[in-house]
Design a protein around this ligand. Structure first.
Ligand code: FAD
Length: 463
């Protein structure tokens, strides 16, 4: 008998999932491949999901369960510590192998390595597969053998490689009822997604989100196809405009692994406009770069990559709770930023340009620590990503590896004139804009800019 458990984590898909395919390839009968998802909020160092991501996960798991079911593979659902749950499940289901797609965060790697050992000790082989990045982080090295800290040479090295072709979904393994019957014989409950309590209840702020998002694997393919066939050609021109639908909006699918970057890269081959194609693939490269950095510098979600910023006098959110609250509520008096922050709250998404503007406003003009903003985004974004979020916050704050120079401070008013000249985006999200109900700016842009530069001069000794 050969029964494999595929442990799903950030790879919630059946298409282009090498680990799942390998499990199917060694199976003979229904019940020889079992999927399992374990909601793990308590293992030391593993960051619990934010609210918006939990909503997405609920939907993604239901979709995965259906996709797997169509192929005769049950999806077991558990909640708790994988270090005890997984070995117990192996024993209960009499599985002889465990497969998973690799993770790259520090605590996750530690947990996976420990589990591999524990499973080996009980006589079960665990196999890990590459499924989440275009290139495994340790395989991309500078000429001196170290990690890259600058994006351009990193991307030159990675994009020069052959990118693997996406694989098909595994062929069906009989029907689901036979596989489920075998679990019943073994006395192993399947568990349900509802029991994970991932959706908001009081209040249910995601009530209308189905009108905005389709968090299924089919929805992922549809979004990518529509982007490539109907929208992508204007990416080079309109990709920076928040009210245009010129970006792909595939980030949450990538975050939960409903799309692999190989599928996105491959589909991008169909973009006819050469500059749009290159720019889009390059943006995809930032995702790999973020994970490359996180792999090599696992502390970066909380620690400045440039140590001189450790003495920068940022305020914590508790030092100025009113200002921080006004920022989260989109009531700073800077319309482009406020529109973005309200869009984020209402939809779980914000355009990249506006993410940069809102982050710069918080860190440089309002003087609040980037970690407070990063935590807010973590809780509110559907694509909240353990690498891309802190890397981008550090980039904007100026303390990151390949960061924007500190003195380049986004001016939210100028950005609005340039990227939302007709106030279309602003008016969509701020109905009271232009009336006296809309707040006055919280700070003077020039003065706060000068203060930020003076503080920067202090930490770098360049005054
Ligand atoms: P497109 O422009 O269509 O790009 C295609 C894909 O490339 C994206 O889906 C994404 O996977 C990747 N990508 C694009 N830009 C970046 C980037 N700067 N860094 C990393 N990957 C990128 N992205 C996240 O996926 N999760 C986050 O938590 C996140 N937090 C951010 C925080 C801040 C402060 C900033 C400035 C950016 C953040 N980004 C994050 C990056 C970027 O804003 C989003 O990836 C992008 O807006 C997603 O929209 P899209 O899919 O339409 O992007």
């Amino acid at each position: 008998m050969s029964r494999t458990i595929h442990w799903f984590r950030d790879d919630l898909r059946v298409w282009d999932n090498p680990s799942l395919r390998a499990a199917r390839d060694r199976a003979k009968d229904p019940g020889d491949v079992l999927g399992v998802y374990i909601l793990d909020e308590h293992s030391t160092g593993i960051r619990p999901l934010g609210g918006a991501a939990k909503w997405w996960l609920h939907e993604a798991l239901n979709s995965l369960r259906e996709e797997l079911g169509d192929r005769g593979i049950p999806l077991l659902i558990r909640s708790g510590d994988p270090q005890t749950l997984l070995p117990a499940l192996v024993a209960d289901t009499k599985a002889d192998r465990v497969h998973w797609s690799r993770r790259y965060g520090g605590p996750e790697r530690e947990l996976d390595a420990g589990l591999k050992q524990r499973l080996a000790d009980q006589g079960t082989a665990a196999h890990s597969f590459a499924a989440t990045l275009l290139g495994e982080p340790w395989t991309i090295q500078t000429t001196t053998g170290g990690p890259y800290k600058v994006f351009t040479p990193f991307w030159r090295a990675l994009s020069a490689r052959d990118i693997a072709e996406p694989q098909d979904a595994p062929a069906a393994l009989g029907d689901l009822s036979s596989a489920s019957a075998r679990l019943t014989e073994l006395g192993v409950p399947i568990g349900d997604v509802e029991s994970l309590a991932l959706r908001p209840t009081a209040p249910n702020w995601a009530r209308d989100w189905h009108e905005i998002w389709d968090p299924t694997e089919t929805g992922a393919h549809r979004r990518l196809k529509t982007f490539v066939e109907e929208e992508a050609d204007s990416y080079h021109e309109h990709g920076q405009y928040p009210d245009a639908t010129a970006t792909s909006r595939v980030s949450p699918y990538l975050r939960f692994g409903q799309l692999s970057p190989q599928q996105v890269w491959d589909a991008a081959g169909g973009i006819t406009h050469a500059e749009s194609k290159t720019r889009f693939r390059t943006q995809l490269g930032w995702r790999d770069f973020s994970w490359h950095l996180l792999y090599h510098f696992p502390e970066l979600p909380t620690v400045n990559m440039r140590a001189e910023f450790d003495s920068y006098p940022w305020k914590g959110q508790q030092d100025d709770p009113e200002t921080f609250r006004a920022w989260t509520a989109g009531r700073t008096g800077f319309p482009l930023a406020d529109a973005g922050l309200r869009e984020l709250w209402a939809t779980g998404n914000m355009h990249n340009r506006v993410r940069m503007v809102t982050a710069s406003l918080l860190v440089k003009n309002l003087g609040i620590d980037w970690r407070a903003g990063e935590a807010w985004f973590w809780d509110t974004l559907v694509d909240a990503d353990a690498a891309s979020n802190p890397v981008n916050w550090q980039w904007v704050a100026g303390c990151g590896a390949d960061a924007a120079p500190y003195f380049r401070i986004f001016n939210p008013e100028r950005q609005q004139k340039r990227f939302d000249p007709d106030f279309r985006y602003v008016r969509t999200w701020i109905p009271e804009y232009g009336t006296e109900d809309y707040p006055e700016p919280l700070v003077d842009l020039q003065e706060s800019r000068q203060n930020a530069l003076a503080d920067y001069a202090t930490i770098t000794g360049k005054n």
